[in-house]
Write a protein that binds this ligand. Sequence first.
Ligand code: FAD
Ligand code: NAI
Length: 475
Amino acid sequence: MSQAFDVVVIGGGPGGYIAAIRAAQLGFKVACIDEWKNATGGPAPGGTCTNVGCIPSKALLQSSEHFDHANHHFADHGISATNVKIDITKMVGRKDTVVKQNNDGILYLFKKNKVTFFHGRGSFVKAVEAGYEIQVAGAKEETITGQQVILATGSNARALPGVPFDEETVLSNDGALRIGAVPKKLVLIGSGVIGLEMGSVWRRLGSDVTILEGLPTFLGAVDEQIAKEAKKAFDKQGLKIELGVKVGEVKTGKKGVSVAYTNAKGEALSIDGDKLIVSIGRVPNTIGLNAEAVGLQLDERGAIVVDAECRTSLKGVWAVGDVVRGPMLAHKAEEEGVAVAERIAGQHGHVNFNTIPWVIYTSPEIAWVGETEQQLKARDAKYKAGTFPFLANGRARALGDTTGMVKFLADATTDEILGVHIVGPMASELIAEAVVAMEFKASAEDIARICHAHPSLSEATKEAALAVDKRTLNF
Ligand code: FAD
Ligand code: NAI
């Protein structure tokens, strides 16, 4: 007889494993199925985020930043470090250890919360009276049933048409995180989040990096002023970003890759590289779900169609994370997973899409929440803006990292915070205060009147809030 569960989660990434844990906390009998394999074929739950996304990229960003500091910034502190070397095998090995710690952590959490984990591919068989029959194809084949099913099958890297990933020369995020030696010349297509993060890693380690971007604007979704400041910093670092290009033929050979393109002026050019990273977005993944068997509705992009509360077209089937609409972010997937588990339990789980923070972990970091100035202008909103540069912040000077600023956008009448945008040191951590403030519908003055520790980078946040009322104290 097949095992029966109250809730079956397919996919063990941030959306799925968090949904499974929350559902178990709420008293349900829960199964989570995930097919990701580690190097020895064992289970590696955590999805894209843990295995080939958030976690490994941040590990490499950290290693490469240390290398960059030792080479270029230690001297400012009176520390001499000559002949600094990097052992790429060790760096990648450390990254793999960090990934494994996270995989193991999730397996431990499943045990702790009594979530039954199945390692294999989950696919729909049919709808039954008690919910859905789901086949698990792993080391052994079994069938389980779930009264409620949560789909969290994530996304895959988008390839350039006609240029499949070989993960040797033409790399997706997967191959980009496993490069075994510093490429002399690295070409990336797409200067979005992955392009900038991966481009930064290899530039810091000594590659000559060029990013070809199709759009004429740099980081179009980011507040213009912030994007401009970031671009200035990247230019200074030697990260070459060509905007407004049209990528043509990509040829691969023994020596690497050659990419033909037309630049913004219409000139036909080509660029050679040892490796090519294609980072032009991601596509929702429903491969292997056998969605047709139960008539699950997908949209034209292949995403599972859901309502505002993550209900799919099928009764008792929910979907969360990258496989549905909305930003492809781990924390968005997690919040949806929690909310769905709570809805199944009859509670009122809620995700506020207006306060989902974004972070790009480059140096300087870029982080934001809420609306950009261009969005406010587009909807004809009356707003006030206040900025404060890290150059005038004592802690930033002490750190030796004064690039960038904090920017507040507040309603002109009510002073409610509409958006906070940061480019600079530790923007990823500083943005949390802005998220809390916006969740509580705080005004810029609320932040301006809160005591912030001195000396800290967070004082720049307070000062930017003061700047909304044109009364900065330190600038
Ligand atoms: P996924 O993490 O993709 O997990 C889906 C899981 O389902 C996978 O394990 C997959 O194997 C499994 N699966 C799929 N189909 C089946 C099936 N039929 N049966 C069994 N298992 C199945 N986001 C951030 O918020 N911060 C970051 O810093 C960040 N960095 C990133 C860096 C890179 C290089 C990349 C590529 C992405 C990054 N992201 C980041 C995005 C983030 O990884 C995703 O938004 C997040 O992983 C989505 O979670 P998910 O649970 O929806 O899907
Ligand atoms: P992206 O959407 O961030 O950027 C893709 C870029 O490629 C865009 O600038 C786009 O204009 C450009 N592009 C698309 N087609 C092109 C073409 N044919 N030629 C040239 N340029 C082209 O996608 P990316 O970087 O692949 O990352 C995917 C997603 O993963 C992100 O959107 C984000 O949701 C997530 N992610 C999040 C991170 C974080 O939170 N720090 C880090 C990395 C990824």
